[in-house]
Design a binder for this molecule. Structure first.
Ligand SMILES: Nc1ncnc2c1ncn2[C@@H]1O[C@H](COP(=O)(O)OP(=O)(O)O)[C@@H](O)[C@H]1O
Ligand SMILES: [Mg+2]
Length: 337
């Protein structure tokens, strides 16, 4: 649905050129929730803003529903933007306007009739759970409620795509969850394609179908969230994921290990217990479980185990190979990260 072809965005800054996005190609499918992650300054916001041409690519083309939008101007650009809603980290509501008027704003701009506006705002207020806040002003709302207004406003016209730039970064954990649930509901109920930028892998883990990882303007990898989490290709991605799996160990612990330490990632809930007991039976080694847990990527479980294998070098190697062949990912843990 949204296709980037060799897109670059270069800014002319005071200190020379900034290459915010570099030769990036990517395809976001209709109806999915697509995450874009990366550190601050990676180019995420710039990339997102090219979708509604708030930034224009310096090079490359962008297609939406197979239409090349890169050079759209005037009325055509206005119509494109109507179909694309956007929400922000700091909500960007109009402080002087009521909740009702904030949500109505894009419809007024599009020339929608008063009657129709009333009907749609009422529906949207219901959708985001703010029916009783119609006459409130932004200052009277909590952060979560403000973001709900932002979401309602972004859906005011016949929205097909919702762009979210760090929508939960200013919210606490509980509120984040409720906003993510609302986005998921909107995606499922209304079939709206959602592109969400975040620096939190937990956000990706809980609602995204696919994800792209960016660093210094480049796309490092993109794919199914489950696959990227279970088997990240790039070192940078690995680091991001380790962090969300909370697999950092205190460095002292590594002094106590006598054998080889492996991190094993496996798909699904099953399989490791039988696998490890099989390894103990087959090979003459001592096997200590250092750490083990199950994480959920969306609703699919992924298991993570850290084990120490002690014994004869050759025998341990055979055991490592055996485990390696039967799990999604097996890695030596050499030092504390
Ligand atoms: N309007 C601008 N003018 C000049 N440089 C910019 C502008 N917007 C962003 N940048 C620079 O482009 C790079 C990418 O920024 P951005 O897309 O905001 O990254 P992210 O959203 O991943 O933090 C950064 O180095 C940033 O300083
Ligand atoms: Mg940003």
């Amino acid at each position: 649905m949204i296709q980037f072809k060799d897109v670059s965005v270069t800014y002319e800054g005071d200190e020379g050129k900034v290459e915010a996005v570099q030769k990036l190609s990517l395809h976001i499918h209709k109806g999915e929730i697509f995450g874009i992650v990366g550190a601050s300054g990676a180019g995420k916001s710039t990339l997102l803003r090219t979708i509604n041409l708030l930034e224009r690519p310096t090079e490359g083309r962008i297609y939406i529903n197979n239409q090349d939008i890169t050079d759209l101007k005037g009325e055509e650009l206005r119509l494109l933007r109507q179909k694309i809603g956007m929400i922000f980290q700091h909500f960007n509501l109009i402080q002087r306007k009521t909740v009702f008027d904030n949500i109505a704003f894009p419809m007024v701009a599009a020339g929608t009739s008063k009657e129709e506006i009333k009907k749609r705002v009422t529906k949207l207020l219901h959708l985001v759970g703010l029916s009783d806040k119609s006459n409130a002003f932004p200052a009277q709302l909590s952060g979560g409620q403000k973001q709900r207004v932002g979401i309602a406003r972004a859906l005011a016209n016949e929205t097909e795509i919702l762009l979210c730039d760090e929508p939960t970064s200013a919210l606490d954990l509980e509120t984040t969850k409720s906003i993510l649930n609302l986005l998921k509901e909107i995606n499922q109920k209304l079939g709206i394609t959602i592109v969400i930028i975040t620096h939190e892998m937990d956000v990706v883990k809980s609602i995204c179908d696919r994800v792209a990882v960016m660093n210094e303007g480049y796309l490092l990898e993109a794919g199914d969230v489950y696959d990227v989490f279970v088997n990240p290709k790039d070192a940078f991605t690995k680091q991001l994921i380790e962090h969300t799996f909370h697999l950092e160990f205190p460095p002292q612990i590594f002094n106590d290990f006598k054998g080889r330490v492996l991190k094993i990632v496996y798909k699904g809930k099953a399989a490791t217990e039988p696998l490890l007991s099989e390894v103990s039976k087959r090979y003459n080694i001592k096997l200590n479980i250092v750490h083990g847990k199950i994480e959920y990527i969306g609703d699919r479980p992924v298991g993570i185990l850290v084990v120490e294998l002690e014994g004869d070098e050759g025998e341990v190697q055979l055991a490592v190979d055996y485990i390696n062949e039967r799990t999604a990912l097996t890695e030596e843990v050499l030092y504390a990260n």
